[in-house]
Design a protein around this ligand. Structure first.
Ligand code: G1P
Length: 276
């Protein structure tokens, strides 16, 4: 059973300026809930109970969000507004939260390595809160991956098909198809030009990683854009051992872009908010 989930939340939300000038991008609300809370709820839904944040300067609103607020609790108790706190209360009752800071922005691989101190020597999930995923009444994406982990016991990345002119935004895999929607990875390239992409199967922000990844990241030189890429470390892990890529069930919204964020907002409003 995987207990821990890592949330790299140190990045700047440049595309959402000025909204993200003094507020972390992960706190942007999709309808009435911040992006990072959806991410934590997905981890809880997967049976995980220890949430580890890799934060940075200006991100303290995230750690405050997952702490008790005496003022708010005192104000709201018995006032008929308590229902507005019910989802975050339930999150706080279901997990413990810890954080460490990434002092320099050196890439996703570096952010994950920074989280080693919170993870230790066990397999763990990674969720990028920018990628908001839903699967209706079905299992969340991380829960689907945790189930697969129990079978394969190796690192797993979630993938989706994207149009060829979009591959440059993602890590892209190639591999041997084991069964419908499941590949054993044998190649992986971070943000390739369309002509260099090994396929159109793009990695989205959900990973399950085995802890040997930390030593591999440590030995991984900076790659695309001069950053230490998790994609490069995973390729080494795939070639020396095994990495699986899984076409998840559900819908993913790229909330790192304004268009994706607006689509996610409409989806949540229609399918979740109005139905509740
Ligand atoms: C990161 C990863 C990339 C992956 C993407 C998913 O890129 O480096 O491999 O496809 O997340 O969202 P970023 O979007 O942070 O640039």
């Amino acid at each position: 059973m995987i207990k821990k989930c890592l949330f790299p939340v140190a990045g700047y939300g440049t595309r959402f300026l000025p909204a993200t000038k003094a507020m972390p991008k992960e706190m942007l609300p999709v309808v009435n809930k911040p992006l990072v809370q959806y991410a934590v709820e997905e981890a809880i839904d997967a049976g995980m109970s220890e949430m580890a944040f890799v934060t940075g300067r200006g991100k303290s609103a995230i750690t405050d969000h997952f702490d008790f607020s005496y003022e708010l609790e005192t104000q709201i108790r018995g006032s008929g507004k308590e229902e507005y706190l019910s989802s975050i209360r339930s999150v706080l009752d279901s997990a413990v939260f810890s954080s460490t800071r990434q002092r320099e922005m050196k890439g996703l691989g570096h952010a994950i390595l920074t989280g080693k101190t919170l993870i230790g020597n066990e397999p763990f999930g990674v969720i990028l809160a920018d990628d908001l995923c839903f699967n209706g009444e079905g299992m969340g994406v991380m829960a689907q991956m945790a189930k697969l982990y129990n079978q394969f016991r190796c690192s797993i990345v979630a993938i989706m098909e994207v149009p060829q002119d979009q591959v440059h935004k993602y890590g892209v895999i190639a591999g041997e198809c084991m069964k419908e929607g499941l590949y054993r990875v044998d190649d992986m390239v971070e943000k390739p030009a369309p002509e260099d992409a090994p396929s159109n199967l793009a990695i989205i922000g959900r990973y399950i990683l085995t802890p040997d990844i930390f030593n591999i990241i440590q030995d991984t030189p900076p790659g695309k854009n001069g950053e230490v890429q998790i994609t490069d470390a995973l390729l080494k892990q795939a070639r020396e051992g095994c990495v699986m890529a899984y076409k998840f069930q559900g819908t993913r919204f790229d909330c790192g872009s304004v268009d994706g964020f607006v689509d996610a907002t409409n989806h949540v409003y229609q399918n979740i908010y109005l139905q509740s």
